[in-house]
Design a protein around this ligand. Structure first.
Ligand code: CP
Length: 315
């Protein structure tokens, strides 16, 4: 059976741990796996499709595929027939006859599911409107590096909690047995279906879920503090008044020195980047001693290599 990675819970707790173990191994031995090269490896090309802009995801997948002996075929928005002249299913049925793996950054989660349903090669979600599961593998790897473990730690996410990062923090965090706290303003909290899925997963891992509008409650003693932009990709706002009103709503959820004073003294700070200093995160926090964001960015490479190896070995 072909394995895909479309949402954080596509990996069981044990499988997530295996991928993270492999990611740490590959960080130490970057060229030890020839998944897309060598005798018996088969196909070399990995299709990497971007319907939205990217720096980290694009570079880390291109580099990681090359490190594994493969050839990245990067396709930008509008460079293929996908989405305007050809259906997702027809595209999948062509790609699966040529490439080893399909990596896709797009809007609708349903489109990723349609791609996977018609593909006999692994499909990886490189960010959708609903989830950013590759980012969370890198985040969990970074926390393991800094804290030595995941299970039992408290991870707090502040800000726009109705976005893909909040959803993935919830689902990936509880899969690792973490206590995940999410704080955002009323109307910007995760949908009940995501919270229910996270609680169901947490019941089997010892993790827990707290959803609140109170940032202080979410921050108290947290081991990890994370945030993301207040305006996600695809939500860009042209009207300055609308933008100012949105920022005013989120201001009390900023990760600044006052917020960090509520977290554990040795808490680490994560941000998937790009960051907007002075808005969702203060400059002295992202550039300060508790920040792990540059390790987090680098770990996209190692975590995604591990994911590609793992999916190929099990598909
Ligand atoms: N964090 C992240 O996905 O970065 P990019 O949008 O630059 O790929």
């Amino acid at each position: 059976m072909t394995r895909h990675f479309l949402v954080d819970t596509d990996l069981s707790p044990a499988e997530q741990a295996e991928v993270l173990d492999l990611a740490l191994e590959l960080k130490n031995s970057p060229y030890s796996r020839g998944t897309y090269s060598g005798e018996g490896a088969g196909r070399k090309t990995v299709a990497v499709i971007f319907d939205k802009t990217s720096t980290r995801t694009r570079v880390s997948f291109a580099t990681g595929i090359a490190d594994l002996g493969g050839v990245p075929l990067i396709m930008g928005a509008g460079e293929s027939q996908l989405g305007h002249k050809e259906s997702v299913t027809d595209t999948a049925m062509v790609l699966e006859r040529m490439v080893a793996t399909i990596v896709w950054r797009t809007y609708a989660q349903a489109d990723l599911e349609e791609m996977a349903a018609s593909s006999t090669v692994p499909v990886i979600n490189a960010l959708s409107d609903d989830y950013h599961p590759c980012q969370l593998l890198a985040d969990l790897m970074t926390i393991r590096e800094h804290k030595g473990e995941l299970k039992g730690l408290t991870m707090t996410y502040l800000g726009d909690a109705a976005n893909n990062m909040a959803n993935s923090y919830l689902l990936a965090g509880v899969t690792a047995g973490m206590h995940v706290r999410i704080a955002g303003p009323e109307g910007y909290l995760p949908e009940p279906r995501i919270v229910d899925a996270a609680k169901e997963r947490a019941a089997g891992t010892g993790g827990s879920v707290l959803i609140t509008t109170d940032p202080a409650e979410a921050l108290q003693g947290a081991d990890v503090v994370a945030t993301d932009t207040w305006v996600s990709m695809g939500q860009e706002i042209e009207d300055q008044e609308v933008k100012s009103a949105r920022f005013a709503l989120f201001r009390s959820y900023a990760v600044d020195s006052a917020a960090m004073a509520r977290a554990a003294p040795d808490a680490v700070v994560l941000h998937c980047l790009p960051a907007y200093r002075g808005y969702e995160i203060a400059a002295d926090v992202i550039d300060g001693p508790q920040s792990a964001v540059w390790d987090e960015a680098e770990n996209r490479l190692h975590a995604q290599k591990a994911l590609m190896v793992w999916l190929m070995e099990r598909s």
